[in-house]
Ligand binder design. Structure first.
Ligand code: PRP
Length: 184
């Protein structure tokens, strides 16, 4: 790992804070229309989705219930370990409720697949999956989000909640991390 500082490590900005805010508002409007009279459980997948989730909840102009689940499959690596670990479960009993699962990125699709199976086993009324980002080549067999913000190339992105080994989650934009930063 060769993390130094933002100026040296970020190759380029993919989405600015303004572009992000605009897209989040659009997604919030789509969800509010879809769930009009309902009060869905918005389930945030920690930690990566935290910024997107908060912005999305704040933009929703309808009733929602907020809850959090934490899973991990990357640890401090740049490639998925292939095993999803449940670190913190939802507090809410979702049986019979409408659930909106909020993710930051779909890469291999493994995390989303795991969460859809976990949630579905609890007999919710419905599960809608929302991911802020989706990799273009995330594999046809990979679980897909019902709604996503942007489709991105196969590069390592950080910021707006996404990290590399815990670094750069707090950037206000989505940026591409230079490959030399995570070269093994
Ligand atoms: C990242 C990201 C997604 C998942 C996507 O989480 O936040 O949840 O990986 O990758 P996949 O489609 O290949 O499964 P990570 O395990 O790094 O935990 P974090 O959100 O706490 O950073």
């Amino acid at each position: 790992m060769k993390i130094t500082n933002e100026k040296l490590d970020i190759d380029r900005i993919l989405y600015t804070p303004e572009q992000i805010a605009e897209r989040v508002d659009e997604i919030a409007r789509t969800l509010a229309d879809r769930y009009g009279g309902e009060r869905p459980v918005m389930a945030c997948v920690l930690k990566g989705a935290s910024f997107f989730y908060i912005d999305l909840c704040r933009s929703m102009r309808s009733h929602i219930e907020m809850d959090f689940i934490a899973v991990s499959s990357y640890g401090s690596k740049s490639k998925s370990s292939g095993v999803v670990r449940l670190i913190k479960d939802l507090d809410t009993d979702i049986e019979g409720k409408h659930v909106i699962l909020v993710e930051d990125i779909i890469d291999s699709g493994l995390t989303l697949k795991y969460l859809i199976e976990l949630f579905s086993s609890r007999k919710p009324a419905s599960v809608t999956t929302v991911s802020f980002l989706k990799k273009t080549d995330c594999g046809k067999q990979a679980a897909q989000a019902d709604i996503f913000g942007f489709e991105i190339p196969n590069e390592f992105v950080v910021g707006y909640g996404l990290d590399y080994a815990g670094y750069y989650r707090n950037l206000p934009y989505i940026g591409v991390l230079k490959p030399e930063c995570y070269a093994e």
